[in-house]
Design a protein around this ligand. Structure first.
Ligand code: 5GP
Ligand code: ZN
Length: 112
């Protein structure tokens, strides 16, 4: 087992508040939410970041993008939501296992 915190969440070694799981993906609530609803959509496969994806990840990335609005709706984000993918240290990424942030709720989120 690597040191990767999200691999440990995938393996159930670190607990999480899961809202979705299938054979390829998991979604769980962010431990430090920045909005009333804030969850992370994470592939079970360890890929460090979006910059480490190639054509072999195409179907997985498409699946993640298509799942985001479904889960957002289930979480009550019926007015919309924001998606964020931090990539690399220059992009503010802290956990180097690919993940999409999905968040919203409450007041409209400012653009900047
Ligand atoms: P990044 O900055 O890499 O895009 O975002 C990593 C996110 O993972 C942060 O929003 C942080 O709050 C969240 N996070 C880090 N460790 C844990 C954890 O152990 N459990 C959960 N649920 N979220 C975590
Ligand atoms: Zn990992």
């Amino acid at each position: 087992m690597s040191d990767c915190i999200f691999c440990k969440i995938v393996a159930g070694i670190i607990p999480s508040k899961k809202l979705y799981e299938d054979e390829e993906l998991i979604a769980f609530h962010d431990i430090h939410p920045i909005a009333p609803v804030h969850f992370l959509l994470v592939p079970k496969l360890h890929v460090a970041s979006l910059a480490d994806c190639d054509v072999s990840h195409q179907a997985l990335l498409a699946k993640m993008l298509l799942l985001a609005p479904k889960l957002a709706q289930e979480q009550g984000l019926d007015k919309g939501f924001r998606t964020m993918i931090n990539t690399g240290s220059g992009g503010g990424q802290e956990v180097f296992h690919l993940h999409f942030h999905v968040f919203g709720g409450g007041a409209t989120i400012p653009k900047t």
